[in-house]
Design a protein around this ligand. Sequence first.
Ligand SMILES: C[S@@+](CC[C@H](N)C(=O)[O-])C[C@H]1O[C@@H](n2cnc3c(N)ncnc32)[C@H](O)[C@@H]1O
Length: 274
Amino acid sequence: MTDDQFREILRRLGLSWEGYRRVRKGVKKRLSEHLARLGCRRVEDYLRLLHEVPSSRREALLLMGVTISRFFRDLRVWDALESRVIPEILASGLREVSVWSAGCGRGEEVYTLKMLWEHLRENRPHLPDLTIRATDRNPENLAAAAMGIYPKSTLREVPALFRERFFSELGKGRVAIVASSLHENILWMVHDLMEDPPPRGGFHLVFLRNSLLTYYGESRAARALPRVLSSLGDGGFLVIGRKESLPSSVESLRGFLPEEGIYRKAWSRGGRTL
Ligand SMILES: C[S@@+](CC[C@H](N)C(=O)[O-])C[C@H]1O[C@@H](n2cnc3c(N)ncnc32)[C@H](O)[C@@H]1O
């Protein structure tokens, strides 16, 4: 499959070439195998199928999902969460902090937040409970996430302290398993950001990293984003990927630490954004 053919498939699915450019080798391989299984000899045949059979689009989108991630991905973001964002959230004296990880992949981001929370609890025994809604379009990713077993390569940014405390090794050290305490209060759920209504929540913190804003074309992402933001409570924080940017149409967010991809939802009163 040539790059031009791949670009055309992306275009038809509303996906972004910029997002897929660096990972295209593996995705093109998966797609070519898929086309062969379907008996599509030419890419044009597949494009026709995508046009005529709605389920083939859903299948393609699942197949093209990119799950690459790692624990403590972009350490600076986690430092900023610990030193700036979480203290701000805690300042309002909540009993429970609720978080949504949207497009959580295989759960590395979710368990990272749990580790950070456990770590903070050491100095603050009265830290509120943390509940996490972790959603992804792909049920296979969620099943893997719930198991909590990872290749060692996903641990390369984990500080030694956390590594020792929260992971044990399996399979002659090739894989690591997360501590059972980290599994508590996480609700893993299939949810498609493009199609499903957003979870009701008034979340205090929403992670939307390396999914919607990377892999979708601008107009599709801009259409889906307001639904995500409607789940964020007033004054709540949104974390996007460090290399991602928000569509210019978004009015309800203020930069909090925009260089780290951290924004805050403005307070609204009487339908007006303040
Ligand atoms: C690269 S992972 C990101 C994991 C984590 N958020 C991170 O930044 O490390 C991207 C995930 O987004 C999910 N995804 C892509 N489109 C989605 C959609 N429309 N709805 C829900 N999840 C989606 C994919 O299934 C994949 O698991």
